[in-house]
Design a protein around this ligand. Structure first.
Ligand code: ADP
Ligand code: MG
Length: 268
């Protein structure tokens, strides 16, 4: 009843199109990766790094690229890295607590004053090593200015340094941060532009080899997906989703390969 002989199936590892693959290097983002790496490099010598604001539309590879550099900092350079999604930890106490937990402290009791948490953070930095902190979805944070001030001041007082990477969908001239905090932080802005059709095609080619049986997806399908997604915001997640849907449809209909007829009509 469920016979699906391995040799002919179309989709082999769907997770390559649905989950994040931090161990797989991002493609087509060399310049951005380079900038992030260079800005944080001083941390490896216990020097003050450049803080960063990484911004761009959803699905432009921001989280993936920061993640990739952080992984290298941790494994190749002995820098501690902390990545937090501000959707989940959107207040000053919650965020500081989560940073401490990721640094290995037991969860502090609720209601401990913020100063005490900052003190612990300072203690960790003085005793251990440099830290890079990514605040993903930074625009979701409630106490942006206060937190940026906390972390910035800390880094000026400690032996080991702290590098901040703010990740946001909103460009720096939006309302991400007030003027004063912004200039104090002295952030370098790194723009992630929406992917072009060519870039999407390169990313899709890379993934299709892992997700599908070799030769199961006609090249024209990838081109059509890349073109239409580029025309509709360039969100890489969209491209994966459309490819996956086409693969599923082809499978349901018992086709041997994914041809353009399995692509959904794109509206807009
Ligand atoms: N340059 C890239 N190379 C390979 N995969 C990518 C690339 N950019 C994005 N992706 C994939 O697209 C999805 C969305 O990327 P993500 O980094 O989460 O975007 P953002 O944080 O800008 O919303 C992830 O599954 C990621 O693996
Ligand atoms: Mg993201």
């Amino acid at each position: 009843m469920f016979d699906d002989s391995y040799g002919s199936e179309i989709i082999r590892a769907e997770e390559y199109l649905t989950a994040d693959h931090p161990h797989h290097p991002p493609v087509e983002r060399d310049a951005e990766l380079h900038t992030i790496r260079d800005a944080l490099r001083p941390l490896t010598k216990r020097k003050t790094p450049e803080n960063l604001l990484v911004y761009g539309p959803p699905g432009s590879g921001k989280t993936t690229c920061v993640n990739h550099v952080f992984e290298a900092l941790e494994t190749e350079a002995g820098v501690k890295t902390v990545q937090i999604n501000c959707w989940q930890y959107s207040t000053r106490p919650a965020l500081l607590t989560e940073i401490l937990i990721q640094l290995g402290y037991p969860a502090p009791r609720k209601g401990k004053p913020v100063d005490e948490r900052l003190g612990k953070l300072r203690e960790w930095l003085d005793r251990n090593r440099s830290v890079a902190i990514a605040l993903d979805e930074f625009d979701q944070l409630e106490d942006k200015a206060a937190i940026v001030y906390d972390l910035h001041m800390l880094s000026q007082q400690t032996e080991n340094k702290l590098g901040l990477v703010l990740i946001s969908n909103i460009p720096p001239d939006g309302f991400v941060l007030d003027e004063r905090s912004w200039s104090r932080l002295n952030c370098r802005a790194v723009e992630f532009k929406p992917y072009t059709a060519e870039e999407l095609l390169a990313i899709l080619k890379d993934r299709v080899e892992q997700a599908f049986r070799p030769g199961a997806v006609q090249p024209e399908v990838l081109e059509l997906v890349a073109d239409s997604v580029a025309d509709n915001g360039g969100d890489c997640r969209d491209a994966f989703e459309r490819l996956l849907q086409a693969g599923r449809r082809a499978t349901r209909e018992g086709a041997r390969e994914v041809t353009p007829q399995f692509l959904e009509e794109i509206d807009g």
